[in-house]
Ligand binder design. Structure first.
Ligand SMILES: *Cc1c(COP(=O)(O)O)cnc(C)c1O
Length: 377
């Protein structure tokens, strides 16, 4: 019999989700609006302290609307984290803007302050900065905010992977002019698919909701003075989100435990390092990642192959955006003066470990033993 599959990160349902979905069916609110959508927004506002929230069909849609609200258009430069998933920067291209990729730094794997400063020297007037909190680790928000404020450029926080993470006691996603969350299937909580745009600016969030519902003017007939989008969250999936939100803290606690388990299990193998946390924050540890020292004979592919053999899912680190064929034409600002790319180094030497919260102690033992064996332990 084949060994059961161990996942990187997949949905964990609890029961309340189905009750909220049942309510949607019972009341026939099966539409991209309704009581679950409104309540999910209120509950996320209360949980994160974000001010105002618009529930949307995806995190990508939330980034797109944030860029629309900031007026990003043809030829406008937007600085964006280089070490991330392509959804962080695709919406810049939807608006015919020009991404400039900012390297990661070794401390957090998030936006490098040195590279960001150098980017401002080269391009003094970007329209926005998008910084990602990779794998749940908060970026150095105080410093990034200070640099952005110095140049009067608004910050968008891509907190798709970091819902539940805090920085200096406040939730990631609530520092920038806009924050975005994702509820995709592999994120720390899910609605199957969905996202949220948040901001302290109530008018802006109202405008986002307007744009997300086809930009229909207030008139009896169908009247439109602007281009709109069909980006609103469904009342059915919002029900899943409400049920999930009740368990977010529990998911975070378990994710953190998995990170610590891996950390202590590999403590005696000096070639292994885990993805960095930020001492000024409390990370949700969405995925635990490891890097292998350049001088080791073991490669990330060898570890991924060994995990595949016990039917465990692992995956490479996000491939940096400046190495993606589709973004080859755009500029990249490295962390170091010598031009070396931190993100590329992490990509070459790293992998994401199975971090699913349903992993049993036996699963963890198997995973840890499998990785250790690669290093002759
Ligand atoms: C998942 C993810 C997104 C996109 O969110 P969707 O809800 O899948 O559209 C954006 N940025 C990052 C960093 C992500 O991991």
């Amino acid at each position: 019999m084949e060994r059961k599959r161990i996942y990187l990160s997949c949905p964990t349902m609890h029961g309340e989700e189905q009750q909220y979905v049942q309510e949607a069916f019972d009341t026939n609110w099966v539409a991209p609006l309704g009581p679950n959508v409104n309540a999910f927004e209120k509950e996320m506002e209360a949980y994160t302290g974000c001010g105002h929230a618009a529930a949307l069909s995806a995190g990508t849609a939330a980034i797109h609307l944030a860029l629309k609200l900031l007026g990003v258009g043809r030829g406008d430069i937007v600085f964006v984290s280089d070490l991330t998933f392509s959804a962080s920067c695709n919406p810049i291209l939807y608006e015919n803007g020009t991404p400039v990729f900012i390297d990661a730094e070794p401390d957090t794997w998030n936006m490098s302050l040195a590279a960001l400063r150098r980017a401002f020297e080269k391009y003094p007037n970007p329209k926005a900065v998008i910084c990602v909190h990779l794998y749940g680790t908060p970026a150095k928000l105080d410093e990034i905010m200070a640099i952005c404020e110095e140049h009067s450029v608004p910050l968008i926080e891509d907190a798709a992977e970091s819902l539940g993470s805090t920085y200096k006691g406040r939730h990631t996603g609530t520092y920038g002019k806009y924050g975005i969350y994702s509820f995709n299937g592999n994120k720390i909580i899910t609605t199957s698919g969905g996202g949220m745009l948040v901001s302290g600016d109530e008018e802006a969030v109202k405008r986002a909701t307007f744009l997300a519902t086809q930009a229909r003017d207030p008139a009896r007939h169908y009247q439109h003075s602007q281009i709109g989008y069909n980006y609103r969250m469904s009342n059915v999936t919002a029900g899943i989100g409400r049920g999930q939100l009740l368990h977010l803290e529990e998911h975070k606690a378990r994710k953190k435990e998995i990170y610590q388990q891996y950390r202590s299990a590999f403590a005696d193998i000096p070639e292994i390092a885990l993805n960095p946390l930020n001492p000024d924050g409390d990370a949700n540890c969405w995925l635990t990642c490891m890097t292998i020292d350049r001088n080791s004979k073991v490669t990330p592919d060898m570890v991924m192959d060994a995990l595949a053999e016990v039917n465990a899912e692992s995956r490479p680190i996000w491939k940096p955006m400046h190495l993606q064929p589709v973004f080859a034409a755009y500029d990249f600002i490295p962390h170091g003066e010598d031009g070396g790319s931190v993100g590329e180094n992490v990509f070459d030497r790293g992998l994401c470990l199975p971090s699913d919260i349903k992993n049993t102690p036996e699963d963890m033992e198997l995973l840890i033993g499998t990785v250790r064996k690669c290093f002759g332990k």
